[in-house]
Design a protein around this ligand. Structure first.
Ligand SMILES: [Zn+2]
Length: 388
């Protein structure tokens, strides 16, 4: 049996049905309840005779770990994706949990980010299983619970508690038809400004923490970020103040104000340097009795794989074989679990997944059936080539 025949052992209709089954099972995060989705996903693999374990982290947060053993010992290919989806939001014209199929697209929350990617990976495992697992080594598949809120109960938990590792990893977040060799990092910081309350009729007696937060916001807006890496979809870092909270009453000078800061970093930047730069920027505007504290909420370090790494080269040639054109390679704007798979577990990574990334987290999110099929075939061919 050749590689194409093996890849074709799962049909487009089956891939559509798997995606629809996952989309029709809400797995909202927040609050983070993926129980039903984990059951449906595990059931589909079990029906094919693929061994599945449900790893319960909390009552609601369950990771599905499946393993497909080849015919002999060898390397490990790690397929990773997340089951959780962000809240629905306004402006939908389709049922967000309907999994409607029209014009070659499956609609619903999570169709693109990233139940389509999970379905393509499951399809690849099903095809390989039906073909008799004609490879050496194994495929490790993790469908994780809480990527959208930081992965502490998902991929990070599995790496820390199950010591998961592999020789290669593919993350099936939507990549919009690109082969992505990494992503920018994300740094979440919280700055709390401390002043002194007083009556608003005599503001000069107090220290207005909201005013200092305002000065800091302007300074952060004007921060110059000069680092550039052209391979990234967004080739520079960026910083945004995304949350503000302060004050207790209209006629009280506030003694506290907190701002949330989202900083995106290129691989040539570090979490430490980015934090220090923000600290200096804020310190430059805080004086006269006010003070501030800067706290790291969460960090996803940036990652980038070598473009000539065998994993990247193999996926690129599978892309060309399936699609008939050479892929464009780039770096993703947003962070993914690849940050932890490479950063914590030291596994080489590449990102490729069906679906336009621009519809992720939006109304009428969709994934194209053609893309589900080609991604599934690419995963199968890449696995067969690397685990030969
Ligand atoms: Zn995602």
């Amino acid at each position: 049996m050749n590689r194409r025949d093996i890849a074709g052992k799962v049909t487009p209709d089956e891939l559509r049905e798997i995606t629809q089954a996952l989309v029709r099972t809400p797995s909202l995060n927040p609050p983070g309840d993926v129980r039903e989705c984990a059951d449906v996903l595990a059931g589909i693999l079990q029906k094919e005779g693929i061994p599945v374990e449900k790893v319960v982290v909390t009552d609601n947060l369950i990771n599905v770990v499946a393993t497909l053993e080849g015919q002999g010992p060898g390397k490990t290919m790690w397929f990773n994706g997340h089951m959780d989806v962000v809240p629905v939001g306004p402006d939908w014209t389709k049922d967000p949990w309907g999994g409607e199929f029209s014009d070659g697209k499956i609609y619903g929350r999570g169709a693109s980010d990233m139940k389509g990617g999970l379905a393509s990976m499951m399809g690849s495992m099903i095809a390989l299983k039906r073909a008799g697992c004609p490879f050496n080594g194994k495929i490790l598949f993790t469908a994780v619970a809480d990527e959208e809120t930081g992965s502490d109960a998902g991929t990070v938990w599995l790496i820390e508690n199950r010591k998961l590792t592999a020789d290669y990893a593919i993350v099936s977040e939507p990549t919009n038809g690109f082969v992505e060799i990494g992503h920018r990092g994300t740094l979440w910081l919280e700055a709390t400004f401390k002043g002194r309350s007083c009556h608003a009729s005599r503001p000069h007696v107090g220290v207005n923490a909201v005013h200092y937060a305002g000065k800091a916001i302007v300074a952060l807006m004007n921060m110059e970020l000069t680092a550039r890496q052209e391979i990234f979809e967004v080739p520079t870092g960026c910083v945004s103040v995304t949350v503000v909270g302060g004050g207790t009453k209209l006629n009280v000078i506030p003694n506290r104000c907190t701002i949330g800061i989202d900083r995106r970093m290129l691989p040539i930047e570090t979490v430490e340097d980015a934090t220090e730069q923000i600290r200096r920027t804020i310190a430059g505007v805080v004086d006269e009795g006010a003070s501030f504290e800067l706290r790291q909420v969460k960090a996803w370090p940036p990652v980038m794989e070598e473009e000539n790494h065998i994993l990247v080269r193999t996926l690129k040639s599978a892309f060309e074989e399936v699609k008939g054109v050479k892929p464009q390679v780039r770096g993703k704007a947003g962070a993914t679990d690849a940050s932890f798979i490479k950063g914590m577990a030291g596994v080489p990574i590449v990102l490729y997944g069906p679906g336009p990334s621009k519809v992720a987290h939006t109304a009428d999110e969709y994934v194209e059936l053609d893309e589900l099929v080609s991604a599934s075939h690419m995963y199968t061919m890449t696995t067969l080539d690397l685990l030969s």
